[in-house]
Design a protein around this ligand. Structure first.
Ligand code: CA
Length: 226
């Protein structure tokens, strides 16, 4: 999952980015409202963390203009304690939730999880397809009860594919949602990751349903249906 952090205080944005990357998110940072708005306008992010007080364009404006552009990415607004009225204004302009600074990283993670959860997974942190399960809290993958060791990016890729299950996703979509801009990734890198993932989740389990399917000319699909 890919998150955009729009926060002009470099110390805060750097520590959020670092922490979120440790939690397997791909993270881009924008340091002013205009730059943040431009990045968010592509609609590729799964979540936006938006500071309220920003140079060039404040958080409320960013929020309002994104919603006017029909960008419905969940927005978690970051506000200072003294800005109660601004919080209300932010929610009025289409923000989904807010968090008051200073906040604990655990609180931030909990809010992010709540906002990015799919409705059918609402009560569980476990994503399940056939006999494959992925625990989005502990990052453990299991198939037929056997633990599978995944690298950080393999985990992110698998999580993305499971969340899009039964839908064909292109390499470009995968790159957009699994890697940040500073990763500088090429389409054939996706092929390499898919191949590695197959060797971990499909090949060792010949008695289970094959899950990763190549749809030639389009991309990939994770599905328990043949
Ligand atoms: Ca600020």
């Amino acid at each position: 999952m890919r998150i955009l952090v729009i926060e002009d205080e470099h110390r805060i944005s750097a520590s959020i980015k670092k922490g979120l990357e440790q939690e397997k998110y791909a993270v881009d940072v924008a340091y002013d409202g205009q730059d943040g708005f431009d990045l968010a306008s592509d609609g590729i992010y799964d979540l936006i963390l938006l500071d309220l007080m920003l140079p060039k364009m404040d958080g409320i404006q960013v929020c309002r203009q994104l919603r006017q552009k029909n960008i419905h990415t969940p927005i978690l607004m970051l506000t200072a304690k003294s800005q109660i009225e601004d919080k209300v204004a932010g929610l009025d302009q289409g923000a989904d939730d807010y968090l008051t600074k200073p906040f604990s990283f655990e609180e931030l993670l909990a809010r992010i999880r709540a906002l990015t959860r799919r409705p059918h997974n609402a009560l569980s942190s476990i994503l399940q397809v056939d006999d494959l399960s992925l625990d989005t809290t502990t990052y453990e993958a299991k198939r037929s009860g056997q633990p599978i060791a995944l690298s950080s990016k393999e985990y992110s890729l698998l999580e993305y594919l499971i969340r899009q299950q039964d839908r064909i996703v292109s390499k470009e979509e995968i790159i957009d949602h699994v890697w940040s801009y500073d990763a500088d990734i090429l389409p054939n890198t996706v092929e390499v990751f898919i191949k590695n993932l197959r060797q971990k989740i499909d090949h060792p389990f010949p008695n289970s349903q094959k899950l990763i399917h190549t749809v030639r000319g389009f991309g990939y699909k994770l599905s328990a249906k043949a």
